[in-house]
Structure formats: C-alpha cells, structure tokens
Write a protein that binds this ligand. Sequence first.
Ligand code: ZN
Length: 124
Amino acid sequence: MTQICSCCKIEKDISEFGFRLNRGYYKKQCRECLNEKEKLRYLKNPEKEREYDRNYFHTKKYQKWRKQHRLKPDIKAKERLQVIKYRSKPDSKAKRTEYLNKPEVRERNRYLQRKRLKRILRIG
Ligand SMILES: [Zn+2]
C-alpha cells in the first residue's frame, strides 16, 4: 500500500506515514516532511521549544502515558535492551558514576531508596 505525501508529493510506502491511533487513519505527510518541519520549528525558536520539552516531561499527562506505556511487555523489553546497549558502551560506566555522584542525584536516590524500603516493609 502506498500514499502520496501532501507535502513533498512523493508516493511512498504506507510505512513512511505515521498512524494516528486515536483517529484511525494515516497522517497525510510522510515522516521525512514531518521531521523537517519539526526541525525548522526548533531552529526558529530553540529556547521556547526546549522549555516546552522540559515542561512536557513533567506534566501529569506524560507521566500517566509513560506509566501505561511501560506496562506493555514489548516496550519493557525494548527499554531494557536500550539500557543494556547503553551500559555496554566503554565510557558509560564513568559517565554513570559521575552522574550518580552529583549531590542532587544522590539526594534523590536516597529519597527513592527510603520510599522503596518503606513500601517493602509495608507489604512484607
Ligand atoms: Zn513528504
């Protein structure tokens, strides 16, 4: 199956178009065009976009989506694979140590550990 992109007018395989799950149809523009648009938008106003990205990752909507998303077995496996891939890089250990030694990260980890411990104690 193919579709003609409304932007570059090139006929491409349907896999080149993103699928809109909630609407049930394929996007009218191909991935390449959408990526290009995204890039342009970013270049036009990098500060604002970066700010938006940062904010987005802290919204309840995103957190909720991520929680549900991560429950899917294939996503879980994919994420694990990414971690393994990342950890197998030669410089990742040094980077990780450096990251974990940052005061704010240490503080956060201590907090999370306490929280986890509390939960275990409650269950057990
Ligand atoms: Zn296109």
